[in-house]
Design a protein around this ligand. Structure first.
Ligand code: NI
Length: 228
């Protein structure tokens, strides 16, 4: 009688033990599975976000343009395919904002040229004049060289510049003349274009060089991942 009780307690203990290990295996397996599904989901969401952003970009900003470089060569958007572009619109007579932003564009260029991940497509910073009346290729050439040897400066006829600004939704307006001088009020935005010629992202004055360079590097890496 006594020994029967002991053995039934023993077998009960054994069953509890087996039950608990079964539970823990199930729990552990379940947790791993959930973690794995979560990981896949995150990856998918990230990819989807990049794709969605690219799709939105395609609809909204950018398009064909035909301008003249600071070296007096005619150039179109097609000539820039296969490069990452960071495009800034401004004018050489701008008293303060353009110099600040071009300094920033130069810093961004230096940072990206030093990045560790090797990129297949080169990075090209571009300055587009919104003051074609005064900004001749010679003047643009002299101006951009004060900031970076890597910049390409673009200008053109009033219609050519207006056409590009329309596609990029860049607002600009010539202020009243005081003698020969005037200010051109313009949007302060940098546009990132991918090697397929598609708009990817934009950066305003609130972002510093480091933040912009970091964001661009992320886009470059995502683009590389999607185009493997
Ligand atoms: Ni300006």
């Amino acid at each position: 009688m006594f020994s029967d009780a002991t053995s039934s307690i023993l077998s009960l203990k054994l069953s509890i033990c087996l039950f608990l290990s079964a539970v823990s295996v199930t729990l552990f397996g379940g947790a791993s599975l959930i973690a794995f599904i979560y990981y896949l989901d995150q990856r998918k969401a990230k990819k989807r976000k990049v794709l969605q952003r690219a799709a939105v970009g395609k609809m909204a900003i950018g398009g064909p343009f035909s301008l003249i470089t600071h070296e007096k060569k005619p150039i179109t958007d097609k000539d820039f395919l296969g490069q990452w572009l960071l495009i800034y619109f401004g004018f050489t007579h701008c008293p303060d904002i353009c110099p600040e932003e071009l300094e920033k564009l130069s810093d961004i260029t230096e940072m990206l040229n030093k990045q560790k991940t090797k990129q297949k497509y080169p990075f090209q910073p571009i300055f587009v004049s919104v003051d074609p009346e005064r900004d001749t290729p010679e003047l643009v050439s002299k101006y951009i060289k004060d900031y970076s040897p890597h910049f390409i400066g673009l200008t053109g006829t009033r219609d050519q510049v207006a056409e590009m600004c329309k596609h990029y939704r860049v607002y600009f307006s010539q202020g009243p003349k005081i003698g020969d001088d005037y200010i051109v009020d313009h949007a302060i935005i940098m546009y990132l274009i991918n090697p397929n010629g598609e708009f990817v992202d934009y950066y305003g004055r609130n972002k510093n060089a480091k933040e912009v360079a970091y964001a661009i590097e992320q886009h470059m890496n995502a683009f590389k991942e999607l185009n493997k």
